[in-house]
Design a protein around this ligand. Structure first.
Ligand SMILES: Nc1ncnc2c1ncn2[C@@H]1O[C@H](COP(=O)(O)OP(=O)(O)OP(=O)(O)O)[C@@H](O)[C@H]1O
Ligand SMILES: [Mg+2]
Length: 256
């Protein structure tokens, strides 16, 4: 059974069928791409799997466990990390604090330890800080650790968000348009970062992305979504040459 398994998932927003009979299987370590025109339902699929919405129909299994009806924080704790299409960061916190905050969900020292400052608490605090720094290093922003996020450029913010998502040690990392708003140089850096994260942590990645070059170079397998339905799926080569995909999507996009 796949690590993440979605079966026959359908979702309606009122009368609008945003996702129709969607199926997905992600294996450990696999990089899965999700492409499709604006409004196709890509982010909705992320929101359904991560527990922001509950699907109208269907099953979602993570490691064989049904996750429908669980809260987003519970799903995150079970091994699903994500970033957002529109960055969601806390304006007045530093880069390091963002990553440490996410890491606190793993803490075990308890209330007494927190109050009295037991050795276990000190040890765990030190470990949290060390781990946070190593994740910031992995995404290349360790030199910004003490900066308030409001002051940082867009490319750096996307990396901070990724480090935060990694802090809970996900088995699958969801990235919703990680290159949105980036210039070509930042885009190449982001591709290297994702490769590095994948290689170093060995996790599975589920990637929504519009830039075709990025998708084709990174993904092992790609699904194309149009009006909430997968119209084609396969290896990047198969997708790139699929007439349905070219007609519905690639023909209208700059294939760079
Ligand atoms: N909370 C919501 N309530 C009502 N309709 C919604 C909601 N969220 C999304 N939709 C609608 O569902 C459809 C799919 O939207 P979604 O954001 O999932 O598309 P997308 O593929 O991520 O698009 P983009 O590439 O622009 O990010 C759209 O028609 C959108 O207007
Ligand atoms: Mg979207």
């Amino acid at each position: 059974m796949p690590l993440l398994h979605v079966k026959n998932m359908t979702h309606y927003f009122g009368g609008l069928r945003a996702v129709h009979n969607y199926n997905l299987g992600i294996e450990p370590g696999q990089i899965m791409g999700l492409i499709g025109p604006n409004g196709a339902g890509k982010t909705t699929i992320f929101n359904l799997i991560t527990g922001i919405y509950s699907p109208t129909e269907g099953n979602i299994l993570l490691d064989g466990n049904n996750i429908i009806g669980l809260q987003p924080y519970q799903i995150a704790a079970m091994g699903l990390g994500r970033t957002f299409q529109n960055l969601q960061l806390w304006r007045h916190m530093t880069v390091l604090e963002h990553v440490k905050m996410a890491r606190y969900s793993k803490i075990t020292y308890g209330l007494i330890g927190a109050f009295f400052g037991t050795p276990k608490r000190h040890r765990e605090e030190a470990e949290i800080e060390e781990r946070a720094y190593s994740l910031l290093e992995l995404v290349g922003v360790q030199h910004l650790a003490g900066q308030i996020v409001t002051n940082l450029p867009y490319g750096a913010l996307r990396r901070v968000e990724m480090a935060r998502a990694l802090a809970t040690e996900p088995k699958v990392l969801f990235l919703d348009e990680p290159t949105a708003g980036m210039n070509p140089e930042e885009l190449i850096q982001m591709m290297q970062i994702i490769r590095g994260v994948h290689k170093e942590l060995g996790l599975a990645i589920f990637l929504i992305e519009h830039r075709m070059k990025f998708v084709m170079e990174l993904c092992h397998y790609v699904q194309t979504l149009v009006f909430g339905k997968v119209i084609a799926e396969g290896t990047p080569d198969e997708i790139q040459n699929n007439p349905k995909v070219i007609e519905a999507y690639l023909g209208k996009e700059t294939v760079t």
